[in-house]
Design a protein. Structure first.
Length: 156
């Protein structure tokens, strides 16, 4: 079994000792991540995945995307060898503008439309066919709902 990095253990201990704190600050997370990156062998490749910043609620998106962009800038400046960052997101204008200002080099790799539609259909189908959701839809209603929500040119 692998042990956690000492920087992660220290961050955990800090919050165990301070029950009133609910979550680490962005600064604490950044410092911990940089400490971990300094002490691991990134030559063989270290990947950081930033998944779905487009799903951040709109009312908090400005603050959170600024924090994420700042963290990505800091990581880019660290120049850790072998560090690669991957972000998955729909290309919303405010996000593109925010991340374009980072010092990281971003290459866009658009996903073909048919793959996007297949993903949406899979998501919707799983939701309406899930017995725990208690939709209580007959097969015909499920088919109509699926066609309406996941038909051609629909987006989530």
């Amino acid at each position: 079994m692998r042990k956690l990095h000492p920087a992660l253990l220290a961050l955990h201990a800090e919050f165990t000792e301070t029950p009133s704190a609910t979550a680490p600050t962005t600064q604490q997370l950044q410092e911990t991540l940089l400490e971990v990156l300094e002490q691991i062998d990134t030559e063989s490749g270290t990947f950081i995945l930033v998944d779905a910043p487009d799903e951040i609620p709109f009312d908090t998106r400005h603050i959170q995307k600024t924090q994420i962009a700042g963290l990505l800038n800091t990581l880019a400046k660290s120049q850790a060898p072998g560090l690669r960052m991957l972000m998955t997101s729909r290309p919303h204008g405010d996000l593109l503008k925010s991340f374009a200002s980072t010092q990281s080099t971003w290459r866009e790799h658009p996903i073909p439309e048919d793959m996007i539609q297949a993903d949406i259909e899979l998501y919707v189908r799983a939701a309406i066919e899930n017995p725990a959701e208690e939709w209580n839809l007959d097969q015909s209603s499920q088919s109509r709902l699926l066609a309406r929500l996941a038909g051609p040119k629909q987006t989530m």
